[in-house]
Design a protein around this ligand. Structure first.
Ligand SMILES: NC(=O)c1ccc[n+]([C@@H]2O[C@H](COP(=O)([O-])OP(=O)(O)OC[C@H]3O[C@@H](n4cnc5c(N)ncnc54)[C@H](O)[C@@H]3O)[C@@H](O)[C@H]2O)c1
Length: 336
């Protein structure tokens, strides 16, 4: 199948690498407003290059379009791709507002094309194993969870491009970084019903937040605390999720949440827990999440089924971020 990437910046490299590693996949075309950024893809992949997205979409050989542009442009570009009947893989966040998200989902449904959102952290070996533990019920009734993203993105990160750190095109730590962790929490814990949050812009010169703390109550009654920041000195400090159940405590974490920090579960011996930890440590990144999502899209097209991370999944994660913002702005608890 033939892929085309729009937006040849930082994340496009992961998409191109994934395409290279998938059998029967080809990077057929690339599009960026800045011609120099396309050169490596033309030279390395033999890709066609376009500076105008709609002109690229008119190429009938393109099957799937990967949207890798600033988040605030995902909706308009996805709608256009759907109009030309291209299947869509859109980077996270799916869009910046619920209205934009509904437009994307509607365009995909109307034009009968597949839509996947890139939430790749689900496919880290440790995240998949934690999902297995959660689904097994071994932790018993879960009382609460703790989700931490204490990272560093210096001012130079935000100064790289004018869209970074803006409310319309990027958002802050929640929309850009912690949305991955919120997606995991929702995947593990189900439907959120109440949200309360506070955020602030403490150390970076940006419009959006660089620190956020919030609480989610899930339909099951589980409470989750979320603490996220990009202000930590001098580098990334911790990304973790801890689940506390009546029969177990499990923590995944590290500078990036790639490892089991604790597996303490009734009926599971220390040796068995150590074995699980060590098996993850052998290959903590596993197959890149981008590769799994792209290759799943090819399979979803062939089998005419939903992709593994759907537009609705992207919408749920976005809705939690937006409700965190709203709760913080309106200084009140929100019932979803
Ligand atoms: N899944 C992940 O782990 C992950 C990681 C980083 C970024 N992202 C997401 O990827 C997206 C892009 O982020 P980035 O860091 O690669 O940004 P970037 O600024 O490095 O690259 C964006 C590129 O898009 C191009 N562009 C913008 N509008 C365009 C248009 N209309 N037509 C053609 N080209 C256009 C720009 O010229 C730029 O080269 C964002 O939505 C971001 O949230 C996801």
């Amino acid at each position: 199948m033939n892929f085309a990437i729009v937006g040849c910046g930082f994340i496009a490299k992961k998409h191109a690498e994934a395409i290279k590693n998938i059998k029967n996949a080809k990077l057929y075309a690339v599009c960026d407003k800045i011609p120099e950024l396309m050169r490596e893809y033309v030279e390395e992949h033999g890709a066609e290059s376009y500076t105008d997205f709609e002109t690229m979409l008119q190429n009938p050989h393109i099957d799937i379009v990967n949207i890798c542009t600033p988040s605030g442009s995902h909706a308009i570009l996805s709608e256009l791709a759907a109009k030309y009947k291209k299947h869509i893989i859109v980077e996270k966040p799916i869009a910046m507002t619920m209205e934009e998200t509904d437009r994307i989902i509607h365009a995909a449904t109307e034009n009968n094309i597949k839509l996947a959102v890139v939430h790749p952290n689900r496919f880290r070996p440790v995240a998949l194993k934690l999902k297995e533990i959660m689904d097994s019920g071994k932790l018993g009734k879960v009382s609460h969870a703790l989700c931490i993203v204490n990272w560093n993105r210096g001012q130079h990160y935000y100064d790289q491009a004018p869209w970074r750190g803006t409310k319309a095109f990027d958002g802050g730590v929640l929309m850009n970084q912690a949305i991955h962790n919120l997606d995991l929490l929702l995947w593990y814990l189900g439907k959120p019903v109440e949200i309360m949050s506070m955020d602030a812009t403490r150390l970076r010169d940006i419009e959006a937040e660089d620190v956020s703390t919030g609480i989610i109550r899930f339909e099951t009654g589980i409470l989750a605390t979320v603490q996220a920041s990009t202000t930590v000195y001098p580098r990334n400090y911790e990304e973790s999720i801890t689940i506390f159940g009546e029969k177990g405590t499990v923590k995944i974490g590290g500078t990036n949440a790639l490892y089991f920090k604790d597996i303490i579960i009734e009926g599971i011996s220390e040796e068995e827990a150590l074995g699980t930890k060590e098996s993850i440590e052998k290959n903590p990144w596993g197959t890149p999440g981008h590769q799994i999502i792209l290759s799943d899209m090819m399979q979803a097209i062939k089998e005419d089924r939903q992709p593994v991370v759907t537009g609705e999944d992207g919408k749920t994660a976005l809705s939690v971020v937006l409700n965190f913002y709203k709760s913080s702005e309106e200084k009140r608890l929100l019932t979803l």
